[in-house]
Design a protein around this ligand. Structure first.
Ligand SMILES: [Zn+2]
Length: 115
């Protein structure tokens, strides 16, 4: 892959990582707030507790997803640093350009991902 192309993916990845970081921060705040209010509610034994647990679980699952994506983005940025970006981690073949355009943090080619 040419340097200029890699730079293009790099700026997309950096943008993505900033956005993900902001989302994770927001979710963190929400989760902290929800945990705190849950503690309060448990104290009063309110019937809304189940409802709040649901919110908390949804946010926690969302945060796990965002963190996993952030890790993948950071790994991709590290590969750019090492010059191995765009190469499948599993089979060592180049990852299709269309795949990288859709998922710039993809670590494996379509075949290995499906395999
Ligand atoms: Zn592969």
């Amino acid at each position: 892959m040419r340097k200029a192309e890699m730079k293009g993916y790099e700026s997309r990845l950096l943008e993505l990582s900033e956005r993900l970081r902001a989302t994770v921060d927001d979710l963190d705040d929400e989760i902290v707030g929800e945990r705190a209010s849950q503690g309060d509610l448990a104290h009063f034994g309110t019937h809304n507790a189940d409802h709040d647990t649901e919110f908390l679980e949804v946010d926690e699952a969302a945060e796990r997803n965002e963190v996993a994506m952030l890790n993948a983005v950071e790994a991709a940025l590290a590969r750019i640093g090492k010059g191995t970006f765009g190469v499948c981690e599993e089979c060592g073949k180049p990852i299709a350009r269309e795949r990288l355009d859709a998922v710039p943090y993809a670590a494996r080619c379509t075949a290995c991902e499906q395999g």
